[in-house]
Design a protein around this ligand. Structure first.
Ligand SMILES: [Zn+2]
Ligand SMILES: [Zn+2]
Length: 336
């Protein structure tokens, strides 16, 4: 019997362990992806700890999956063997619930999620639904494509829906895995892109990525700086902390939006008067296969690239620990 290597978590909170499993076969409507690269995302931690609904065990984590199709199930007509594809957080929709009937597949009540409710990409192969796939542009490498399937599409979708007009001020809070992509996308989409981070150490990096301005949230008056630039029509919060976000709300235009992309554990301290004239606080999570494809096409066209570290599959525990410690620069990708 054909086998594959995979890295799994056997029970909630359990360690990542390298195992040999039977090579899975695609069912109707599915393809098998021979994994070439799989990004490690902060959300993998919540999945491994068992904090998400509908989880099954053991589970192979990973939802930034990139590789070539090497087997195709019955009824799949739009994809071919050998084609380079990606698959992200959203693995399937039911097509029948109210949200699906309204075309909002990401909010499907019966969705499945790679690395959470079905096996993900910390493996040599993974089964994905054809409906979840994204085609990868030829001029985007496997390892550069992987982070686009979650971090990329999350930030790209948030920006293209943020309501800001070209040339308007858009601020990115945090310059980590999500933030460094959000900043590049904002620059390439034609916004006055402002990077906000703690301390001055990241100012040069922000400038390298094309930022038009840099605000040190520990020393500068964030709201005043943003208002001096006309006010931010959108602020993207990409980190896992809430430092500076209340101040950033005061830096929004009267109809500006604070968009949460990271998932801080603490609640936001917001007074009603801060949003009284129409500011909004909202969020954005991942995207569909075609939206990931849009993200990668845009990245290939404009030169947006992730800063990554790569690790072989058997070094997954070490790679994961580096990401969790915030020591990685900046996105970690497993290369099976
Ligand atoms: Zn993710
Ligand atoms: Zn549904």
């Amino acid at each position: 019997m054909a086998t594959m290597r995979a890295v799994q978590v056997a029970k909630p909170g359990g360690p990542l362990e390298l195992v040999t499993r039977p090579l899975p076969e695609p069912g109707p409507g599915q393809v098998r992806i021979r994994v070439a690269a799989c990004g490690i995302c902060h959300s993998d931690a919540a999945a491994m700890d068992g904090h998400l609904p509908g989880q099954t065990w053991p589970i192979v984590p990973g939802h930034e999956i990139v590789g070539a199709i090497d087997a195709i199930g019955f009824g799949v007509t739009a994809w071919r063997i050998g084609q380079r594809v990606g698959a992200g957080w959203f693995a399937s929709q039911c097509g029948q619930c109210e949200r699906c009937r309204r075309g909002d597949f990401v909010a499907c009540r019966n969705r499945s999620i790679h690395g959470v409710t079905r096996d993900g990409g910390y493996a040599e192969a993974v089964i994905a639904e054809a409906t979840a796939l994204a085609a990868i542009p030829d001029d985007l490498s496997d390892i550069d494509a992987a982070p686009m399937l979650c971090a990329g599409v999350t930030t790209y979708n948030a920006l293209r829906r943020c309501g800001a007009r070209p040339g308007a001020t858009v601020a990115i809070v945090g310059l980590g895995g999500l933030g460094h992509l959000a900043l590049q996308f904002a620059v390439k989409m034609g916004y006055r892109a402002v990077a906000i981070a703690r301390g001055g150490a990241k100012a040069a990096f922000a400038e390298e990525l094309g930022a038009h301005a840099y605000i040190d949230s520990t020393a500068d008056d964030v709201a005043a700086r943003l208002q001096a630039l006309g006010g931010a029509q959108a602020v993207l919060a990409t980190g896992t902390g809430i430092d500076g976000l209340a101040a950033a709300i005061n830096g929004l235009t009267s109809d500006g939006r604070l968009i949460m992309l990271g998932v801080p554990r603490e609640p936001l301290p917001v007074y009603a008067f801060q949003v009284l004239y129409g500011r909004a606080i909202t969020g954005s999570a991942g995207g569909t296969g075609i939206e990931s494809e849009d993200t990668m096409r845009f990245a290939a066209l404009t030169g947006v690239r992730p800063v990554i570290e790569t690790y072989p599959l058997d070094k997954a525990p070490e790679a994961f620990a580096r990401m969790m410690a915030g020591a990685a620069r900046l996105r970690v990708v497993l290369v099976p």
